[in-house]
Ligand binder design. Structure first.
Ligand SMILES: *[C@@H]1O[C@H](CO)[C@@H](O)[C@H](O)[C@H]1NC(C)=O
Ligand SMILES: *[C@@H]1O[C@H](CO)[C@@H](O)[C@H](O)[C@H]1NC(C)=O
Ligand SMILES: [Zn+2]
Length: 275
């Protein structure tokens, strides 16, 4: 009896991947040197004629390893729910999202192994990417070889040198109603899209200026986890932005953009995506 219960508990924790502790929320990385160079280019080239409202098309690529939901074959209604979450979360910014198309590709190699800088990622994007610089391509995959990773994206300024790489890759179980407990509200896509629109993590660059190159996000030394009541990693008596979409909270914890982030988004997409 006890053994049986233990087996069930173990199987359950394996199946859920011990979600909160092992989660590697975001694989979007930039070194301090790359960031400084990107910012210098941005300052030099920033377009000044900006919009404050836009609708962006979304092309969804479902990669799956088999028919079952656990093999990544997410439903059309989960995709529709995810687009609704984006429109909700980005409502305050003036951006909205229009789902144009879904492709479904049975490919276990891509499902398991597409992750930052793998050959499978490159093959997947080369085969499937559609649209232009202003279109979102999102690939939902299993990250089996990088278990715990929720998603990653590229920044807008890299489109020019490598258009194929442009887009977001997200864990299929992070969609609304997915199995990634704590991270199944759809905010993985919201967060990765923030990168695609030109935002860094709120903790990028730590406590010192210029940090994330947004003036009104409070300084933060390291990513938050879960949803702490409050946090002050820079010891400056200014609370860390734990509710910001670009920090590392659980989905329910993430509810905010700052005006500075919204301004940066429109400046980045005018400069690099022609929006
Ligand atoms: C995958 O999901 C779609 C949409 O829910 C469904 O039509 C299809 O039968 C499923 N299986 C395969 C192999 O595509
Ligand atoms: C939409 O997806 C289908 C199915 O993969 C594909 O054949 C078609 O070319 C796509 N259309 C556009 C506009 O991307
Ligand atoms: Zn991130």
């Amino acid at each position: 009896m006890f053994n049986q219960l233990l087996t069930i508990a173990l199987a359950a924790s394996l199946a859920l991947g011990d979600p909160i502790k092992k989660v590697d929320k975001c694989g979007t990385r930039i070194s301090p040197e790359e960031k400084a160079a990107a910012e210098a280019r941005f300052q030099a080239n920033a377009v000044t004629s900006l919009t404050n409202k836009a609708t962006i098309d979304v092309y969804w690529h479902v990669i799956y390893a088999g028919d079952a939901l656990e093999e990544g074959n997410i439903t059309d209604s989960q995709i529709a729910d995810q687009i609704a979450v984006l429109n909700h979360d980005y409502g305050p910014t003036g951006l909205s999202f229009n789902h144009v198309n879904t492709s479904r590709t049975l490919n276990a190699d891509w499902f398991n192994s597409a992750s930052p800088d793998t050959g499978e990622e490159r093959d997947m994007k080369t085969a499937l990417r559609v649209g232009g610089v202003a279109d979102i391509n999102v690939y939902s995959v299993g990250f089996t070889d990088e278990y715990g990773l929720l998603g990653y994206s590229v920044f807008p300024d890299s489109y020019e040198s490598d258009p194929i790489e442009d887009g977001l890759v997200i864990f299929y179980a992070s969609l609304p109603g997915g199995s990634m407990l704590g991270y199944n509200g759809g905010q993985t896509f919201t967060h990765e899209l923030g990168h695609w629109l030109g935002l860094y993590h709120t903790f990028e660059g730590g406590c010192g200026s210029p940090g994330d190159y947004v003036d009104d996000t409070p300084p933060e030394d390291s990513p938050s986890t879960g949803c702490p009541r409050s946090r002050d990693t820079c010891g400056d008596k200014i609370a860390d932005p734990i509710h910001n979409y670009m920090d590392y909270g659980t989905d329910a914890c993430m509810t905010e953009w700052t005006p500075g982030q919204i301004a940066r988004i429109f400046s980045q997409i005018a400069t690099y995506r022609g929006i």
